[in-house]
Design a protein around this ligand. Sequence first.
Ligand SMILES: Nc1ncnc2c1ncn2[C@@H]1O[C@H](COP(=O)(O)OP(=O)(O)O)[C@@H](O)[C@H]1O
Ligand SMILES: [Mg+2]
Length: 278
Amino acid sequence: MIRFDNVTYVYPTGVKALNGVSVEIGRGELVALMGENGAGKTTFIKHLNGLLKPTNGKVYVDGKDTRTLSVAQLSRVVGIVFQNADDMFFLPTIEEEVAFSLRNLGFSEEVVQKRVDWALKFMELEEYRKRSPFLLSGGEKKRLALAIILAWNPQVIAMDEPTVGQDSAQKEKLKEMIKQLNLQGRTVIISTHDVEFVAELRSRVILMSKGRIVADGRAETILTDGELLSSCSILMPQVAATMSRLADLGFNAKVISVDEAVRNIVEVLRRFEHTRGA
Ligand SMILES: Nc1ncnc2c1ncn2[C@@H]1O[C@H](COP(=O)(O)OP(=O)(O)O)[C@@H](O)[C@H]1O
Ligand SMILES: [Mg+2]
């Protein structure tokens, strides 16, 4: 679905934000793009809908070189929710915000209404539809920003730092929505440095540092590799950090969820009791 072929991107200021990035993301995958501030995550995401074009190398979306397509064409395939998307509302009601871009994309009024209904329902914003977007809470604004993108029904959804400024209940909701969108067959890419969030998503992780991809694998593998993470200035998820400190006592260090940790602790303690009893 997405292919980066040795992509380098240099900003006009001379900063090399992507440096030889090659990666493929398949249709229907769920991917967390991780890395410290300045690693290149936002720059990567801006290449997905052609807002930025590679200085060197190629980006392909659904097999097509992004240089040959306009941002408007690419945006039908890849919907991006930017980090500050929730400051950009300008219409009197929530439903009008969602309908606006659909009308611009040329959909019939019947389709616009159907899609607005669906997107607001999916994002659990239906009861607010006649309200001003400015009256929403931070988490609801994020959901509205996502509803606007979802209404276009793009095959790929990318979210830049979706958990920033969200409380734990909002993150929980966001996580469920991301999982559902992915289960419905969409390719979902989130950029984040929130290790706890990714540990719960259990997705593929593409780890970036200084414009390069330094690791690519399952969350269980990458988020338990202390050395790798600290070389990228990222902390391990708390569960993994705890379990890795108990590894000498026979506990499994490669665990990123609380449930798994508890299961392993109980198992090890049972074994211990058993040996003592015998
Ligand atoms: N508009 C810009 N102009 C110049 N440099 C930029 C711009 N945006 C980002 N950068 C630089 O590019 C590098 C990567 O930034 P970015 O992609 O925003 O990283 P991340 O999203 O991982 O924090 C950083 O060194 C950053 O300072
Ligand atoms: Mg960023």
